[in-house]
Write a protein that binds this ligand. Structure first.
Ligand SMILES: Nc1ncnc2c1ncn2[C@@H]1O[C@H](COP(=O)(O)OP(=O)(O)OP(=O)(O)O)[C@@H](O)[C@H]1O
Ligand SMILES: [Mg+2]
Length: 214
């Protein structure tokens, strides 16, 4: 059965699209069947996928409302994972994803301002869990982390105080993500230390997600 993963945050630029690309490709590299959907009219995920039409990256569908999301989710029924890239600043689209997802990932930059913005997301998720037998499962993913920064543990505590759980895994800030995306790939597609380190971060996240399914 397919697992529907929504990647959302009401705030822009927190790493939703990067998380979809890297997570989708990493799951695919582990042998899972993966498809994706893009809810952003700026089409970042679609355009990244279109850079190389022959690439092995997961297919991406464009979503412009509830009907097209349901259609894409239905097409994904034979897949193992269906990843949906959300749209910042659009409560309707965010709600539509939360209502349908099994797991919601909220990429958050480790800054106090970004954590303050999580209150509305936490409320939306809690309200859905109340009527959907605790679904979706929701986890904050710290993205763009600077390793060993003293603020990291403070941020984790602040997120928990908003009533949201976090992945243990963190995604460190690395130029490799931009380099890979610019070439139509992900950190899984190129060789070099920075790409490999990014793979280690995403492999850790993938292991947590797979463990949560078992
Ligand atoms: N861990 C990271 N390290 C370095 N750069 C990153 C990282 N995560 C994301 N980025 C870069 O930061 C920018 C914003 O990330 P991304 O586009 O994934 O965010 P988003 O939440 O999808 O933004 P939007 O709300 O505009 O759709 C991109 O240029 C992306 O390549
Ligand atoms: Mg995006």
């Amino acid at each position: 059965m397919v697992m529907f993963i929504g990647v959302i945050n009401s705030k822009g630029g927190t790493g939703k699209t990067n998380t979809c690309r890297s997570l989708g490709r990493g799951l695919q590299k582990r042998g899972f069947k993966v498809s994706m959907a893009d809810c952003d009219p700026q089409r970042a995920l679609m355009e990244w996928r279109a850079k190389d039409e022959h690439s092995e990256q997961p297919e991406v569908s464009m979503i412009n409302g509830r009907m097209s999301l349901l259609e894409a989710a239905e097409r994904a029924q034979e897949d193992d994972f269906f990843l949906v890239d959300g749209l910042a600043g659009n409560f309707e689209i965010t709600m539509m994803i939360v209502e349908a997802a099994d797991l919601v990932i909220l990429p958050v930059q480790p800054s106090p301002d970004d954590v303050n913005d999580l209150a509305s997301m936490a409320k939306l998720i809690t309200m859905n869990q109340a009527v959907r037998q605790n679904l979706p499962v929701a986890r904050v993913l710290l993205n763009g982390v600077i390793r060993n920064a003293s603020l990291n543990s403070v941020i984790r505590e602040a997120v928990e105080n908003e009533g949201l759980a976090l992945f243990d895994s963190e995604i460190v800030r690395r130029e490799a993500y931009r380099q890979a995306a610019a070439a139509g790939g992900t950190i899984y597609d190129y060789t070099g230390d920075s790409f490999t380190s990014g793979m280690v971060d995403f492999d850790s996240l993938i292991s947590e997600i797979i463990e949560s399914c078992q």
